[in-house]
Design a binder for this molecule. Structure first.
Ligand code: BES
Ligand code: MN
Ligand code: ZN
Length: 543
């Protein structure tokens, strides 16, 4: 992606040379309802003349293409309607316009946000991200998407590396605009990385692959990475995480990443924990076949943490201290797989009766949450495609937000609103945990079907009692289904907005109600006749 920032006013825009000048225009209705701008510039008069001639109403996403825009040096002019200019309408309009523009073959494009566009910093950021979104192309296992057999690009579309996009604003030199520009570029890269790894099929995105992505990020001077395999995870006593991985031929990985900005030496970190199930068959509690391919997206929480670290590596914010933890493995049915009714011992010492092997996300996350304690974190946020029930509750617009801490919850809500990566807080009343009682362990991994996303969060909360904790259930927001099937890269934007602008508020300490531990918690590993055989198998595969 080749993006540039330029100062342009109505007068100077006339002599600006570009293949395609895209001018954002608010709708007539919104211009009339607000005060008439009364601008008499050549550009605004020209724009109003052609819009009248063509009866163009500038509704969001509507376009008007002018082949020879006389007063302008630009070869083509595209008037792009943005409705009332709200951030969400700007994002939507720019996204839909660029999905078309990229097929038209223009190499040098200028997007002009003139003084009529409200909240220019946010509008710029969202425009850049919308362009990134529109230009993203998945080619890893479909190289033909990029070029025809004769090497020419399809339908005149240029690869994003061949496109030059200039974002032009009246005050491009102001510190806040420059900051918005660099943040958006870095965020664009992080979101792209999250999308790309979310999209890759499970046989091209194994736990080992995700470990390697992290190791690559660890080459950056501000980022430390450590990738653990089955033996080390067993030593840590992560019996719950291990039990999910034991049905798979792919060895698990536990990825730890740490970013420390130059001025963040002694500050407590924010810990991000990402669910990294690279494929979720449900295990012995096998999922139905229809649509099961989409369970390759069950590592989108992990991908979002990798995306955040990519953004941090580009932006290098000096004040931030961020830790990323990713437990990653497959959930498979197998002769060695966990069975309904099996009891395992988590790293916390709490025993868990696994009543449904398809509720595996919480089983890998709980051990990572226990591990998070060692960082003495300011806050711990886990991100997981955790429950189908969350999709029923909130659909695809807002991620589910659960938290034991009001300050943290409010900060995340604000970050979601500002980045348009929305979330909605859900309840955590203790009564919701009733169904998780077990006769055979400290806790069961599922309750009945009601309020499924809340009981999942109640399960996790037992492992997060000693710090400010939030859980984002992204089951409905991490990917799109149907014709536009693909990862969204959410909630990288929310997380970065939180880290950059809302994580300064230190959450008040939470009152800790320690969950009771099993008296037999001394047994750190899970007795199972198949364990020995599995260890050999796993270490052979680990290499
Ligand atoms: N990865 C799924 C959640 C999921 C399902 C996300 C569908 C998006 C779409 C998770 O591991 C799972 O299977 N959860 C179960 C929990 C149930 C067994 C209590 C679910 O939601 O059905
Ligand atoms: Mn599952
Ligand atoms: Zn899952």
């Amino acid at each position: 992606m080749n993006f540039d920032l330029k100062t342009l006013s109505h007068p100077t825009s006339l002599s600006h040379k570009t293949d395609l000048m895209v001018v954002l225009q608010k709708s007539v209705a919104s211009k009339e309802s607000s005060q008439k701008s009364g601008s008499t510039s050549v550009l605004s008069q020209y724009l109003s003349t052609i819009q009248k001639e063509e009866e163009f109403d500038a509704k969001p996403g509507k376009t008007l293409l002018v082949l020879k825009p006389e007063p302008l040096q630009a070869k083509r002019l595209l008037v792009l309607g943005v409705g009332d200019g709200r951030p969400s309408e700007i994002r939507k309009s720019v996204l839909s316009a660029f999905k078309t523009i990229k097929t038209l073959g223009y190499k040098d494009i200028t997007l002009f946000l003139d003084e009529s566009i409200p909240t220019p910093d946010q509008a710029l950021k969202l425009s850049i991200l919308a362009v990134c979104d529109a230009l993203y192309l998945y080619t890893k296992t479909k190289p033909s998407a990029k070029v025809d057999k004769d090497g020419k690009s399809k339908s005149g579309a240029l690869a994003s590396s061949e496109l030059y996009v200039t974002f032009a604003l009246p005050e491009a030199k102001s510190a806040s605009v420059k900051q918005a520009f660099s943040q958006a570029l870095a965020l664009g890269e992080g979101i792209e990385l999250a999308k790309e790894w979310g999209n890759r099929p499970a046989n091209h995105a194994t736990p080992t692959h995700l470990g390697n992505v992290a190791i690559n990020l660890g080459k950056h001077p501000d980022i430390k990475v450590n990738v653990l395999g089955p033996k080390e995870v067993e030593k840590l006593g992560m019996g719950s995480f291990l039990s999910v991985a034991q049905g798979s031929a792919e060895p698990l990985r536990f990825i730890t990443m740490e970013y420390k900005g130059a001025k963040a030496k002694s500050s407590a970190p924010v810990v991000l924990v990402g669910k990294g199930i690279t494929f979720d068959t449900g295990g012995i509690s096998l999922k139905p076949g229809a649509g099961m391919d989409e369970m390759k997206f069950d590592m989108c929480g992990a991908a979002s943490v990798l995306g955040v670290f990519k953004t941090l590596s580009v932006l290098r914010p000096s004040e931030l201290h961020v830790v990323g933890l990713i437990p990653t493995c497959e959930n498979m049915p197998d002769g060695l797989a966990i069975k309904p009714g099996d009891v395992v011992t988590s790293m916390s010492g709490q025993t868990i009766e696994i009543l449904n092997t398809d509720a595996e996300g919480r089983l890998i996350l709980c051990d990572a949450l226990t591990y998070a304690k060692r960082y003495k974190p300011k806050a711990v946020i886990d991100i997981a495609t955790l429950t189908g029930a969350c999709v029923i509750a909130l659909g695809h617009l807002r991620s589910g937000l659960f938290s034991n801490n009001d300050e943290l919850a409010h900060a995340l809500e604000k970050a979601g609103d500002a980045s348009l990566d929305l979330c909605w807080r859900m309840p955590l009343d203790d009564a919701y945990a009733e169904g998780l009682k077990s006769n055979f362990a400290d806790v069961a991994n599922v309750g009945d079907r009601s309020a499924g996303s809340v009981t999942a969060a109640k399960f996790l909360q037992r492992f997060a009692n000693e710090f400010a904790w939030a859980h984002l259930d992204i089951a409905g927001t991490a990917w799109n289904s149907g014709a536009s099937k693909g990862s969204t890269g959410r909630p990288v934007a929310l997380l970065m907005e939180y880290l950059l602008n809302h994580s300064q508020v230190t959450p008040k300490a939470v009152k800790t109600t320690k969950p009771q531990k099993s008296s037999s918690a001394a047994a750190k590993t899970n007795a199972s006749p198949s364990r020995g055989a599995k260890t050999v198998k796993a270490s052979r595969r680990t290499g």
